[in-house]
Design a protein around this ligand. Structure first.
Ligand code: PMP
Ligand code: GLN
Length: 381
């Protein structure tokens, strides 16, 4: 018989969440929020489930959600979109990413990526026959090595993935860095998949800047969003991608065979939620910034050296001051099993190299979960 195997590994998020569960650990590993779900958006979905319709919605997304996404892009970034030709609803940003990569990459195309990278990018690029070209940014400052990035581009470059705010680093790309990227995209006639799922989770008075809004980038960028992140409802798996019609068309071809559609009731609740007043969006960022600071202070009290994070759900912490003998994989397993706190090893976001003494902690948790985690770590170390 033909051998059956998979070259794909198990995602670190599943592995660590299982380990956390087995040991009753406070799970600061997998990035999902706790205690932030807006009750009114959930109530809209509940009503829509009962009222229906409950059949396949339009393949590209319900018209109300596509229109709401277009309004959202205009309101926050001034981008004008044709909701019927330039917006596609997907089952989470994860599907949007797969649609972009399967839709645009031809075997042999090169794809420029910035490490540390979100875990779904590489496996899909490889399955699509793409050739990854990796460029590293590293703690503590996550600075972009511009020469190296420029050298990663070639006439074979089809696209780049840019994730800002960035998981796991919390790096918020500067306008200057993005202008540099824009220059390379033009010079090499390449496209950019912009993973902006954390667009509203930007702190310290800064504002999210989509690459798509820079001069010349409207026709080169595919911008991905996630209701999971905007409404702290990651289990809903409602995402989207917006792009010029010619760029969106090949993605729609993939989407029709991957998922075809996304639950219509969740779509209408998200459509309603996107029109929420500014105080909702500002309040979410303010609450998360507070939790970031609470966790950072707690971890520093334990002895970690904590890196600055301008956005996202995540803090990166150097555990060398604690005197632990072992790498980040060992450390994260160890604290999950022994201290009862789960975290994610940063090295899993790199292909090799020596960034092996940092752990990623998710701060999008309740204050009591954060305090409990810090107390457990303090007691242990
Ligand atoms: N991109 C990044 C950078 C993420 O961190 C995540 C998950 N949190 C996703 C994409 C996937 O988002 P979704 O849950 O909407 O599929
Ligand atoms: N994006 C989340 C994280 O980085 C997890 C998503 C998942 O579990 N697939 O932790």
């Amino acid at each position: 018989a033909n051998a059956i195997f998979s070259s794909l590994g198990t995602t670190i998020f599943e592995t660590m969440s299982r380990l956390a569960q087995a040991h009753g650990a406070v799970n600061l590993g997998q990035g999902f929020p706790e205690g932030l779900e807006p009750a009114d958006v959930v109530a809209r979905a509940a009503e829509a489930l009962v009222a229906g319709p409950n059949q396949y919605p339009s393949m590209m997304g319900t018209p109300d959600l596509r229109q709401a996404i277009a309004r959202h892009e205009r309101r926050f970034y001034g981008t004008e979109l044709d909701p019927m030709a330039e917006v596609m609803v997907t089952s989470g940003a994860t599907e949007a990413l797969a649609d972009c990569l399967f839709g645009l990459i031809e075997p042999g195309d090169e794809v420029v990526l910035i490490e540390p990278l979100y875990d779904s990018y590489l496996p899909i690029i490889r399955r699509a026959g793409g050739i990854p070209k990796l460029v590293r940014v590293e703690p503590p400052h996550w600075d972009l090595p511009r020469e190296t990035l420029a050298a990663a581009f070639s006439p074979r470059t089809k696209l780049m993935i840019l994730n800002t705010p960035m998981n796991p680093s919390g790096k918020v790309w500067s306008r200057d860095e993005m202008a540099f990227v824009a220059g390379l995209l033009e010079r090499f006639d390449a496209y950019c998949v912009c993973d902006e799922v954390y667009e509203h989770l930007v702190y310290d008075g800064r504002r999210h800047l989509p690459l798509m809004t820079l001069p010349g980038m409207r026709e080169r960028c595919l911008k991905i969003g996630s209701a999971g992140k905007i409404f702290s409802l990651t289990g809903w798996k409602v995402g989207w991608v917006v792009a010029a019609p010619d760029l969106l068309a090949p993605l729609a071809k993939v989407h029709q065979y991957l998922t075809f559609a996304t639950p219509p009731n969740l779509q209408s609740a998200v459509a309603w939620g996107l029109d929420k007043e500014d105080s909702y969006y500002d309040g979410l960022a303010a609450m998360l910034a507070e939790r970031r600071d609470r966790l950072a202070e707690g971890l520093r009290g334990v002895g970690f050296e904590v890196m600055a994070a301008g956005g996202s759900y995540f803090l990166t912490a150097d555990f060398r001051p604690l005197g632990f003998a072992g790498d980040d994989d060992d450390f994260c397993r160890h604290i999950t099993e022994k201290a009862g706190v789960a975290a994610i090893p940063i090295s899993t976001f790199y292909q090799g190299g020596d960034v092996d003494h940092f752990a990623r902690f998710c701060f999008a948790k309740t204050e009591s979960a954060i305090d409990e985690a810090v107390m457990r770590l303090r007691r242990y170390f």
